[in-house]
Write a protein that binds this ligand. Structure first.
Ligand SMILES: Nc1ncnc2c1ncn2[C@@H]1O[C@H](COP(=O)(O)OP(=O)(O)OP(=O)(O)O)[C@@H](O)[C@H]1O
Ligand SMILES: [Mg+2]
Length: 393
């Protein structure tokens, strides 16, 4: 995360109050809703570099990059905290990153990690968070207008849990949001903005977005990881489906037509899955509680084959700790429209490039030869598993 120091707060600029994004299924930073089709996330310079030098043939498989904004932490008279964004003026040069500030914020972020799961200070946003991210039931607000939908969390043993509280957001996203406000308020100085990255919200085209976040590849740690972090990531890979499949469940929400709620699974659950458990989760993602949504399989398989071909062409890129998002519409076709005439809307997008690297990207890089084999291994296993589901009875 990047902190701008000494920047003046220009009160004449348009303010945008940021709200937590309703459909965040994975990750650790908080995704914020910026406008109907745009979300934002705290900036890591490596991710900005990636988007700004994105190979053209990857564009259909990544969210559109929409620039940077400055974000301020605001407290009202009761001490309630909110995040307010000020879009950059057109004539303003893109906010420059201060390496000193970057190092300091990274250092501070590390030291504040221990506070990550502590309850944050009270506030309107904080009040809306669920206390236990693994066992919450939340209603949902999807873009425009509220939907009377809720979120239930299911663990790998199949136990479904709910709290009496209803909320409009995915419980994992709220968990991340609360943790992030805690981190930000512990390092923030008055009037000191953070830089956030604006990205196309790839779920915004869907009314009831069913989302699967898959951590891709057999290696997760970036080149910049400390020895300790590297060991931690390698252990997680060895002990999960990352090593056996090049895939790991990073989060999921799937709309259940039977009950009218989203069934959610989070990354902790994903780390415990065996290869067979992963297969079952994949099946569950394609099931609406009544039936397997077979019509999705062919379009998803087509997109995955096209993605594999694109990744094969990206010599020397390494997409460490990135995710692949699969999205489809959970809402049934509107009456009067034949389900056979319109192919179901599905999307496959790569996200999270904070640790993506390629030859020449950093001075201390290792020289990588050829495409990211760990990533391709994951895509191929995903294709094979979906093909098996398709061929099954
Ligand atoms: N462009 C997007 N459109 C819609 N949803 C998105 C988009 N980018 C991210 N998300 C949502 O936010 C979640 C977290 O995103 P991302 O992986 O970028 O965050 P992160 O905190 O950097 O992750 P990590 O913990 O892996 O470092 C995803 O699982 C997805 O639900
Ligand atoms: Mg991620």
């Amino acid at each position: 995360m990047v902190l701008l120091e000494g920047a003046e707060l220009d009160k004449t600029r348009t303010r945008v109050r940021l709200e937590p994004f309703a459909h965040q299924v994975g990750g650790h930073t908080s995704m914020m809703h910026y406008d109907e089709t745009t979300i934002c996330k705290p900036l890591f310079s490596q991710e900005q570099v990636f988007y700004e030098s994105l190979p053209a043939d990857m564009k259909p498989f990544t969210p559109q990059y929409r620039g940077l904004i400055s974000v301020y932490l605001e407290k009202d008279s009761r001490g309630h905290i909110s995040l307010v964004a000020f879009p950059q003026n057109d004539n303003e040069s893109p906010a420059q990153e201060s390496p000193v500030a970057t190092r300091r914020i990274q250092q501070r972020a590390k030291t504040s990690c221990a506070a990550e799961h502590k309850p944050a200070r009270e506030g309107p946003l904080l009040d809306r968070t669920c206390n236990d991210s693994r066992s919450s039931v939340c209603g949902t607000e999807t873009g425009k207008g509220k939907q009377d939908t809720s979120f239930h969390t299911k663990d790998s043993n199949g136990n479904e849990s709910a709290t009496p509280e209803r909320s409009s957001h995915n419980p994992w996203g709220l968990h991340c949001h609360r943790a992030q406000l805690t981190r930000m308020s512990s390092v923030s100085k008055d009037n000191t903005p953070y830089k956030f990255l604006l990205l196309e919200n790839v779920a915004s085209a869907f009314q009831l977005p069913c989302i699967l976040d898959l951590k891709m590849g057999t290696r997760q740690h970036g080149e910049d990881a400390s020895e300790e972090k590297k060991r931690r990531h390698m252990k997680k890979c060895e002990q999960s489906t990352s090593s056996s499949l090049g895939l790991r469940l990073g989060g999921m929400q799937v709309y259940q037509a039977t009950t009218g709620h989203f069934l959610c699974r989070n990354k902790y659950d994903g780390r415990t899955l065996t290869a067979e458990g992963f297969r079952q989760a994949l099946y569950q993602y394609l099931h609406d509680g009544l039936q397997l949504k077979r019509e999705l399989l062919q379009p998803v398989l087509q997109k995955l084959s096209a993605l594999r071909a694109v990744i094969e062409r990206q010599g020397s890129y390494r997409f460490y700790s990135s995710s692949l998002l699969l999205i489809y519409e959970g809402k049934n076709n509107s009456p009067g429209r034949s389900p056979f005439s319109t192919p179901p809307r599905v999307d496959v997008r790569m996200i999270d490039f904070a640790h993506t690297t390629c030859r020449g990207a950093t001075p201390n890089h290792s020289a990588y030869e050829g495409p990211d084999r760990g990533y391709i291994f994951g895509v191929e296993n995903l294709i094979n598993m979906l093909q098996e589901i398709k061929d099954g009875d």
